[in-house]
Design a binder for this molecule. Structure first.
Ligand SMILES: Cc1cn([C@H]2C[C@H](O)[C@@H](COP(=O)(O)OP(=O)(O)O[C@H]3O[C@@H](C)C(=O)[C@@H](O)[C@H]3O)O2)c(=O)[nH]c1=O
Length: 187
């Protein structure tokens, strides 16, 4: 398991080892013991999510769940290719509003660890792209929220006219008009 830091402290790229043979490959996509041995002790995961996006340019996000149901997410791509984005929205954080964008694909096997206190979203770069992610809290619709994807300064790499959004994401407030429910606590 390779663990890499990103420009945002706390957001990490994990790349599990792949064992290739004549049939294809095998990989442990999640192993608590291996991560702990590598010095990384992630919170307990209680829910796995899996979604399919049919068209290139499908954009889901930017999403969060407020405390007490804030979620950390360990994200990977099971099929196709996507650009995954995390935005720091912890009030008082030295990196508030900063983002990390990472291409996750079925081919590269990379995973993004996004702690609670960050917005999460992604845009697909191939048709029929599947995303799979582990979450540290259960779905709590009453705590569910979104910030408009175009208000955070992220270069999504897709023509605006090609972007497919849910009605919820179309109606999301801009970052500048929204008060984050998260606060930063120095380590
Ligand atoms: C997120 C979620 C949705 N649902 C239901 C609600 C709704 O009817 C349907 C689709 O929900 P959404 O439109 O919110 O799905 P989607 O836009 O894919 O939302 C997801 O986006 C990515 C970026 C995330 O980070 C996730 O946490 C989640 O917010 O699925 C659940 O039952 N459980 C869940 O955990």
């Amino acid at each position: 398991m390779q663990i890499e830091e990103t420009a945002l402290p706390g957001v990490l790229i994990l790349t599990p080892r792949r064992f290739g043979d004549a049939r294809g490959w095998f990989s442990e996509s999640w192993n608590r013991k291996t991560l702990r041995a590598a010095g990384l002790d992630l919170p307990e995961f209680v829910q796995d999510n899996h979604s399919l996006s049919a068209r290139i340019g499908t954009l889901r996000g930017l999403h969060y769940q407020s405390p007490p149901h804030a979620q950390g997410k360990l994200v990977r791509c099971g099929r196709g290719r996507l650009l995954d984005v995390a935005v720091d929205v912890r009030r008082g954080s030295p990196t508030y509003g900063h983002s990390v964008s990472e291409e996750l694909s079925a081919e590269n096997g990379r995973q993004l660890w996004i702690p609670a206190g960050f917005l999460h979203g992604f845009v697909t770069r191939e048709p029929d792209t599947e995303i799979i992610y582990k979450c540290t809290d259960h779905y709590a619709p009453e705590c569910d929220g979104a910030v408009h994807f175009a208000s955070v300064g992220v270069e999504w790499g897709v023509e605006m006219s090609d972007i497919q959004l849910s009605d919820k994401d179309k109606a999301a407030p801009a970052l500048a008009d929204w008060t984050s429910p998260f606060t930063w606590e120095p380590a």
